[in-house]
Design a protein. Structure first.
Lengths: 135, 93
């Protein structure tokens, strides 16, 4: 078995691993109970699966130019995937689109309560200040 | 021979993953679940574009992969920005 055949085999294995991660995301989407759990499953192939495929391309093309062209793919995906995941997580939490009984701890709840108390205090203080000239 | 078999296996696995993504888009139940499903579908599309280059031994679709990787998140952000409470009837308020 020559070195080229070995590299081709390694590329094929990387391809299969990326495909399996994609399948794991699909199965997680269908099986998991709420949006936040599904988000967890959906973000697996976005970075690791893409990296497997990019490694497979690099192993099968075996040229420096191709490798340099592949770097921005991973970089852009790593820049944008967390933004999408953050926005979905934020929307999912705010619309209460998750099962509270499945959570071990909800650290954000304390911060949200504090923020709403602060907003209420600010409103009250403003109302008192606005009333003063009349009194 | 083995390599060809692995290519076929990867193709079947990608197909199943894409079908599951479509199933999730149809099934919902909330708009967030659907947008996550479409996100997985798009990720699978990027991976399939890369896999096709490996199988056919060319590198012409790398620019498409770059553009998709850079812009895939925008649709998700745009939808997630406008999700409101009445979009998920089955969860208690």
């Amino acid at each position: 078995m020559s070195a080229g055949e070995l590299l081709d085999l390694a590329a094929a294995v990387c391809l299969l691993l990326g495909a399996l991660l994609s399948l794991a995301a699909g199965v997680g989407l269908v099986r998991f109970p709420d949006a936040l759990s599904r988000l967890h499953a959906a973000t697996k192939p976005q970075v690791l699966g893409l990296m497997f495929i990019v490694i497979a391309i690099a192993l099968s093309a075996r040229s420096l130019t191709v490798l340099l062209a592949l770097v921005p793919v991973v970089v852009f995906q790593m820049l944008t995937a967390p933004i999408a995941a953050h926005m979905i997580g934020r929307a999912g939490y705010r619309t209460k689109n998750f099962r509270r009984e499945l959570l071990a701890v909800d650290e954000l709840e304390v911060a949200v309560e504090q923020a709403s108390r602060d907003a209420q205090f600010t409103r009250l203080a403003k109302a008192v200040r606005d009333d003063e000239p009349d009194a | 021979m083995i390599v060809t078999l692995v290519y076929y296996a990867a193709g079947v696995v990608f197909t199943v993953a894409a079908i599951l993504g479509v199933v999730q888009v149809v099934r919902g139940p909330s708009i967030l679940d659907r947008v996550i499903g479409s996100d997985v579908l798009l990720t699978t599309l990027i991976l399939v574009l890369g896999a096709e280059m490996v199988v056919n031994g060319h590198t012409q679709t790398i620019p498409i992969m770059v553009v998709l990787a850079a812009t895939a998140a925008f649709s998700t952000v745009a939808v997630a920005r406008y999700v409101s409470r009445q979009d998920h009837p089955e969860v208690e308020q």
